[in-house]
Write a protein that binds this ligand. Structure first.
Ligand code: GAF
Length: 383
């Protein structure tokens, strides 16, 4: 994975449009250390923005069209009229994110202006590293740069989430957009998804993140994801609550056998994951690797057994990393699930051992080809 430099995207823009861009804006992807499928249950998450970005080079135009070229989609070019209603085109993917973000900005009263955008990204797509949220946050920055307006980071995140919920059609929570907007260098962010408050938790200076793509393509993500969300809401409703955040674990455990097994297990994942996320944030702050690794291992088991969002190859990858770390590091699947990436965290000197174990054992055991993605916790788009 090679990073996209400003010089490169400037050149690509100039080749595509015949003039140099006015500016380049960026927004990062993210890796979630722990707290999976808790955000839309108003729970806790602990993600970090990473040093992989969607970049957009831009220049203004004196008409009401936005022309966009997408580098990662073979230079596909789309023109959007700001004065026409935004209509979703089910036959395409990335242009709907642009239309959704434009629609939300306009609905919230921003006076958008025409321009040219060249989009290029190095966040691996479909890997569970939030390439979509980074695209949304980069678009908010780019479109507001064209119109000379500004926005608060949390509003930008909520707007990106609304574009995805109401236009693109994925009922995602707020984690990905919020961390892409507000991430802090060298830290994870403990986010309370009920009130959207954030607390930076510094990653010890001698620890490193390692992301490994499992080579398992994420399948049926949107439908399975939306179904999980629905199941959680149904479990909350069984207890007369609007969200699982309002249910405590004792109440749930006491009701085992009264609600159906699937709802029980979905809710148990969410409630125990909230507890693990708070424990993990505390362990990270104290550089207590044993406790952090334990929370990560339990999180993975809960995603596998209660939430049913892992795959056998991903379970194997986590086992390889966890065994190789031998208590000196932690690993779990990261993101929405059904394929994609695993995150590991360990002291710098342990990382080569983890990499070697993946290269030695993973493909032989599963037939899937791993990609090692070293990552650094980085600053968000609006930080
Ligand atoms: C996806 C969603 F977009 C997030 O909101 C979150 O729910 C995550 O899956 C699971 O934790 O990335």
């Amino acid at each position: 994975m090679t990073a996209i430099t400003d010089t490169q995207i400037n050149q690509w823009f100039t080749q595509a449009f015949g003039n140099a861009p006015l500016a380049v804006v960026k927004a990062p992807g993210r890796v979630n250390l722990i707290g999976e499928h808790t955000d839309y249950n108003q729970g806790f998450v602990l993600p970090a923005a990473i040093n992989y970005y969607t970049a957009i080079a831009l220049s203004p135009e004196d008409h009401r069209q936005i022309t966009i070229v997408a580098h990662n989609f073979e230079g596909e070019r789309v023109q959007i009229d700001l004065d026409q209603p935004m209509v979703k085109d089910p036959s395409t993917s990335w242009p709907n994110y642009v239309r959704g973000v434009i629609q939300q900005l306009q609905q919230q009263g921003f006076q958008l202006a025409g321009g040219k955008l060249y989009i290029a990204g190095d966040v691996p797509a479909g890997a569970g590293l939030s390439s979509s949220a980074s695209l949304e946050m980069a678009l908010v920055r780019a479109l507001l740069r064209l119109s000379g307006e500004s926005i608060e980071p949390t509003q930008a995140a909520l707007l990106g989430q609304a574009a995805e919920n109401h236009f693109v059609g994925c009922n995602c929570g707020i984690m990905d957009q919020l961390i892409s907007a507000c991430g802090q260098a060298s830290s994870a962010l403990l986010i309370d998804c009920r009130d959207l408050s954030t607390r930076a938790v510094p990653i010890p200076a001698d620890w490193e993140l390692l992301i490994v793509h499992s080579g398992v393509k994420r399948g049926l993500v949107d439908s399975e994801y939306n179904q999980r969300r629905h199941q959680c809401e149904a479990a909350a409703a069984f207890f007369g609550k609007t969200s699982l955040r309002d249910l405590n674990l004792e109440e749930l455990l006491a009701a085992e056998g009264q609600l159906d097994d699937l709802s029980f297990r979905r809710a148990r994942h969410v409630l125990t994951e909230n507890q693990r996320t708070l424990l993990a944030a505390d362990a990270l702050k104290r550089a207590d690797m044993l406790s952090l690794a334990k929370a990560m291992a339990e999180s993975h088991a809960s995603m596998r057994d209660d939430f049913n969002i892992t795959t056998p190859a991903i379970d194997k990858l986590v086992a390889i990393l966890t065994n190789a770390a031998a208590g000196e590091g932690g690993a779990r699947m990261t993101g929405g699930g059904f394929g994609g990436c695993v995150v590991a965290i360990a002291p710098k000197q342990v990382i080569p051992r983890l990499m070697a174990a993946v290269e030695r054992e993973y493909q032989a055991a599963t037939g899937c080809e791993p990609t090692l993605i070293p990552a650094r916790a980085s600053e968000g788009a609006f930080a």
